[in-house]
Write a protein that binds this ligand. Structure first.
Ligand SMILES: *Cc1c(COP(=O)(O)O)cnc(C)c1O
Length: 378
């Protein structure tokens, strides 16, 4: 008989630096007498992250959502923006806060990312951009998206909140599109407690973004645009500098756990594992997501989710409900289920399993054994 875990196993756990490392950095900040507004920690973290992510320009933010709002402002997006319903609420909300209508495009059945082949059919005279998400760190079809955007003169913005450190052929994922956003929220692979960044191709765009995130203040005499407060403070920038030393170790631990999940679940009928990517793609293994096909597995995703809780396993239904099902978006024409057949199936099937460096191999094997015990053969 499988016993429940003694302690609760959550879907993720933030990576903590040692308290000593934080105390040491806090001393530096106290000595500097500088708490926010482009201090030394901020400057150093921007530089270090730019190198880590292999991108030419980067601006830090107090969170990923404000960063994405500023990205839309900086590109002067308006009208309609084509995006995916299979994402975190922040993605379409950022469009709404910019008075832009999100237009939901269906997703690809394998990658769960926006289906690049369907984008063209969603374009209208009001379309100004594509806002795509590298869901669970799997890269979007960046070539096809660039192609359709170029043919219609659209901007491309990536929500790369899940894709920290992901590379295609040695090229940082942030180099695709006009602007990419990273989130440094505590639950992400790399974090600054709360925080985020935009990465961009040229200095001119960075200058505009840096004005927008600081109230549009150019100097003591001039305020040149209606900006917002998107600044990251020195304390969180310092924690971010420490966390850069942890990210590769955490990634390697997750690669190992990922392989154990794959091994244990490979032959379970009705369970689809994470998509495999081209050999030249470096993934970050932030999440481990399966899909449960009720017809084959004999049990629904919701059944599995509920039963897991009895074993003290707190999996999460990322992303369910779809953004197109939210009360604030479901009246949109593009939210109709007929427009989003693949996303609607995936939304009923996905389940994020526990994934963080602190899990042991035994934890993962037991989680898999519990999952397999739910299966009902016909
Ligand atoms: C975490 C996340 C965000 C928001 O980032 P915050 O830093 O929490 O504001 C946006 N999009 C996706 C896909 C995310 O997972």
């Amino acid at each position: 008989m499988l016993e429940p875990f003694k302690e609760r196993i959550y879907v993720t756990r933030p990576v903590f630096p040692t308290i000593e490392e934080v105390t040491e950095k806090l001393r530096d900040i106290w000595d500097s007498k500088w708490l926010t507004n482009n201090g030394p920690q901020h400057t150093m973290l921007e530089h270090e992250l730019k190198n880590f992510l292999k991108v030419p320009y980067l601006s830090l933010f107090n969170n990923g959502t404000i960063a994405l709002m500023v990205a839309c402002q900086s590109l002067r997006l308006s009208g309609e923006v084509i995006t995916t319903p299979f994402t975190f609420a922040a993605t379409p909300h950022v469009l709404s806060w910019n008075n832009i209508t999100p237009i939901f495009c269906d997703v690809d059945a394998a990658t769960m990312n926006i289906d690049a082949d369907k984008i063209e059919s969603m374009i209208t005279p009001h379309t100004t951009a594509i806002l795509a998400v590298h869901v669970f760190g799997t890269p979007c079809d960046v070539e096809k998206i660039r192609d359709v955007a170029d043919r219609y003169g659209l901007k491309v913005v990536y929500d790369a909140a899940h894709a920290f450190g992901v590379e295609i052929g040695g090229n940082g994922i942030g180099n695709f599109g006009d602007i990419s956003m990273f989130s440094f929220h505590a639950t992400k692979l790399y974090h600054t407690v709360e925080g985020g960044a935009l990465v961009m191709k040229n200095e001119h765009v960075k200058q505009r973004i840096d004005l927008l995130k600081n109230f549009g203040i150019k100097n003591e005499e001039e305020v040149v645009m209606p900006g917002i407060n998107g600044k990251l403070d020195e304390i969180r920038a310092a924690i971010g500098r420490i966390m850069l030393n942890y990210v590769e170790d955490e990634r390697l631990k997750r690669i190992r756990l990922h392989a154990i999940y794959d091994e244990e679940l490979a032959d379970v009928d009705g369970v689809t594992l994470m998509p495999t990517c081209a050999d030249n793609v470096k993934l970050n293994h932030q999440y481990y997501v399966v899909r449960i096909d009720e017809k084959i597995f004999g049990r629904s995703r919701d059944f599995v989710y509920d039963e897991f809780r009895k074993f003290n396993v707190f999996a999460r239904k990322y992303f369910h409900p779809l953004c197109s099902e939210f009360t604030c978006y479901r009246q949109l024409n593009s939210s109709r289920a007929e427009n989003l057949p693949v996303a609607n199936v995936i939304g009923q099937q996905v389940l994020s399993l526990p994934m963080y460096g602190g899990l042991t191999e035994e934890h993962v094997r037991k989680i898999c054994a519990i999952l397999k015990s739910f299966r009902r053969r016909n």
